[in-house]
Each structure stands twice: as C-alpha cells, then as structure tokens.
Design a protein around this ligand. Structure first.
Ligand code: SF4
Length: 440
C-alpha cells in the first residue's frame, strides 16, 4: 500500500472529510431552522434525519474517491450478498445507489444519453444507462468512483442486472460473480437454498483470493447482525405509518432509504435509523401527521420517480393525500426476521432468494392487499415504470384485483424512475387530480 494513498484515504476522506461533512450538516440544519422551515400549508417540515442521511452517504462516496490502493474495491448490486465483502474489509460501491442518486440530482438523462450514443438502446433500464454513461465519461456528482477489483450481482431482481454488471466487469477488467437465484413460485425449497448457499461459498473463495486473506466467520456474523438490526429498525420506521395521521410519507422513506441499501452492516446506519425512529415517534406522541390534513392514505407500488419526489409529494399533500407506504421501501425491511447471524450462509441464501422480484406476481399482489389492510389505505398508485419491467409486469391485473377484489380505487401512472424524458408533468397532474377526486 502506498503511503500517499493511505494518508489521502485516512486524512482527506477520514479525519478532514468527516469533519467538513459534519460541519456542512450542522450548517444546513442551522440554515433550515433559521429559515423557520415551517413546512407549508400542506406538509410539515421534512424529517431532520435527512441531514444526517446526506452526511452518511456523502462520507461513503468521499471515502470511495480515495479507496483504490488502500482497500480492495467491490462493486455490488443492491440485492447481492454484501456482508461477505464487508467481512473481508472491501470498500463497497453500489452502482444502483449511485444511479438513483444521479436520478434524484437530475443528471441521469445526461449520462443515459452518453450510453445511448455509445450504442446502448433506450429500451434498456435507465439505471444501467445512467451508470454506463457515468463510467464511460468518467463523470459523477460524487467525484471519482473507485475502480473495481471484484463485481458482484445477483439476478434475484432481474436479468438486466446480469448483463449490466457483465458489461461493467468487462469494461473494468474485473472479476465478475453472479449469484444465480431460482425464481420462486412458492418456497424457497431446501434444494434452492443449498444451490444459492454453494454459490455463496464459491464467492467467499474468490473474494478471499482477491483480498489476499481468509474470511473470519465472526466478522461475517457481525456484519449480518448489524444488517439485521438496521433492517429491523427500518421496518419499524415504515410500520409507524400505520398510525393515523401517518408521521411520515413514502417520499420521506424514499429520501432516507440510502443507508439501508448502501450502508447496511455499518454501526452508523443503526444509530441513524434509531434516531430517525425517535424522530418519527416524537411526531406520533404529538399527534403530528406528515401531511397536515390527511384525508386519504395510499400505497405506492414500484420504484419512485426520483427526479419528481418533492413535486409529487407536494401535489398530493395539497389535496390531503398521503402516500404512506411503498412496497419498494418495505422490501428492505420485511426480510429482516429471516436473517440469522448464527447461521450466516444459510440465512443469507434464504434472504437473497426472497426479494419481491424473485417471487410470483401473485405474491406481490397478496402483499399489496396485506398493506391495504395493515395501513388502512384508501387507494393504490401503481407506478408503471417503463424501465423496470419485472416490477411493472402484471400491474393491470393487479390493479383490477385491487379494484374488484378489495373495492378500493387503484390507478396506473406511466413514468420512468430515472429517465425524465418519458415523464409528462401535465399528464401526470391531470391523472392524479382525477384519481384524487374519487378519493377525497
Ligand atoms: S430493471 Fe428494475 S430491477 Fe432491473 S436494474 Fe432496472 S430498476 Fe433494477
């Protein structure tokens, strides 16, 4: 390890960077307080947790700027078994999270266009187009992205991710591993768990070879324990939206989900979500709802529209509508009870087999029905995401089942989570207004 890289990582990203980001958080919080963020006529001020969330995510990206030469770097898909790499002390970079961040900062189209100019079809999901454009141009809103030694994904969410991560591995000449997960129509069955377990063991051997060290099982158990605790806290926060009025919106959850995706398994993530839960509970104890005049409560199906979060939140809140929960954010918490730090490999195999997208559309429909009941919802917005076909498949049938089976209004909203070129503000506004008229 070069001494210069070591010093840059520990001083610039560690001591100095952390102090600067802490200062920035306190300054932003102070400025927000001074402006008297009294919210507006329809929304209470956003959760203060967002300042700390931004600090945590920024720290991680800043460390990434200096990670090469100090740590082995793994690029990991959000649905892949990161705990193994954390236990081997890899610096972990999440391309999916970075792509979403580009979407939220409205830079996704700029990068996606670069990927399209390089020959990637506009019909490919906008996450890979954004990320491929970013690495082809070497540009990013978070500075330098560390070069990967190892790239790991799992096709437990879609097949696109497999092709996307293969492209990145070929471009960077990095070792590539996919954890192949059989699709679950029911189960999982023992032979399916064993099949994934075997692949996790193979991943350990590959990651050990690249890292030049052996995995300590105590560290793997600890990474899983931390991830489980963070996921449980996240689930508890989301379940607080069952309170009436709901202390948070699904948009709050979208904004604050970064750490559970990209920093699970870190102690700071646990203290972040503990504080967020405290903040949400304080709202409950004072009877404060995130939407001031909550008249209708909705479920959001599918990914968010990253570049229009606050516009949508405001538009709906002005009409007394609170989108209280989303199955997309819930997916990061609902499997927490299955994580077992005492049996790390087996429980990881089980958990990574079971995301929504690796299960039948019937399962997704049933879980939406459960949410309608548990959160006492008045309707459902199904975001028909042009990019995410696996999440959007079956939505017309699901909408019909919700309308006819449960007797609640449900609408399809056509958009794309990252690519704003397929989003029509006026059309979305008209459709949502017509839908809200049925509710309130
Ligand atoms: S298609 Fe859906 S699951 Fe696959 S990478 Fe795109 S957003 Fe993620």
């Amino acid at each position: 390890m070069k001494i210069g890289s070591f010093l840059a990582y520990h001083l610039k990203a560690g001591v100095i960077g952390k102090a600067a980001l802490r200062f920035e958080r306190l300054r932003s919080k102070w400025k927000a307080g001074r402006k008297g963020t009294a919210g507006n006529d329809s929304l209470v001020p956003p959760l203060a947790s967002r300042f700390r969330m931004k600090e945590l995510i920024s720290q991680q990206y800043l460390a990434g700027n200096y990670a090469n030469g100090v740590k082995k770097v793994a690029w990991v898909a959000s649905g892949a078994p990161v705990e193994i790499l954390q236990a081997l002390d890899y610096f972990v970079y999440f391309p999916d999270n970075h792509s979403a961040l580009c979407g939220a900062r409205r830079q996704a189209v700029e990068f996606a266009t670069e990927a399209e100019n390089a020959g990637y079809s506009r019909d490919i999901c906008s996450y890979p187009r954004t990320e491929i454009g970013a690495f082809l141009t070497g540009r990013s809103p978070v500075g330098r992205i560390p070069k990967p030694d190892l790239i790991v994904c799992s096709n437990n969410i879609c097949q696109t991710i497999l092709q996307w991560y293969q492209v990145m591995a070929a471009y960077h000449k990095a070792q590539f591993v996919n954890i192949d997960t059989p699709f679950l129509y029911e189960g999982p069955k023992d032979h399916q768990i064993e099949y994934v377990q075997k692949q996790l063991e193979d991943l350990i051997s590959i990651a050990e070879r690249i890292a030049g060290k052996s995995l300590k099982y105590a560290r793997l158990k600890e990474a899983l324990r931390l991830g489980k605790e963070a996921s449980e806290l996240w689930l508890a926060i989301l379940n607080r939206a069952q309170t009436k009025p709901s202390p948070l919106t699904a948009f709050d959850a979208f904004i604050n989900m970064g750490p559970i995706v990209a920093l699970r398994g870190q102690p700071e993530t646990i203290s972040f979500y503990r504080n967020m839960l405290k903040e949400v509970d304080e709202r409950i104890s004072k009877g404060v709802g995130a939407v001031k005049n909550e008249k209708a409560r909705l479920l959001w199906d599918n990914l968010p529209i990253w570049y229009r979060l606050s516009w949508l939140s405001q538009l709906l809140a002005e009409r007394g509508v609170n989108v209280v929960i989303s199955n997309y954010t819930y997916g990061w918490g609902e499997l927490a009870p299955l994580m077992d730090p005492l049996r790390p490999i087996e429980s990881m195999a089980r958990v990574y087999l079971m995301p929504y997208l690796n299960r039948s559309v019937q399962y997704k429909l049933q879980s939406m029905k459960n949410m309608v009941k548990d959160f006492d919802l008045d309707g459902v917005i199904l975001h028909s995401d042009r990019s995410c076909k696996p999440y959007s498949i079956g939505q017309i049938d699901q909408r019909n089942e919700l309308v006819n089976g449960l007797g609640i209004p449900a609408m399809l909203l056509e958009a794309d989570h990252n690519d704003s070129r397929v989003f029509s503000e006026q059309q979305t506004k008209n459709r949502l207004e017509a839908f809200v008229e049925m509710l309130c």
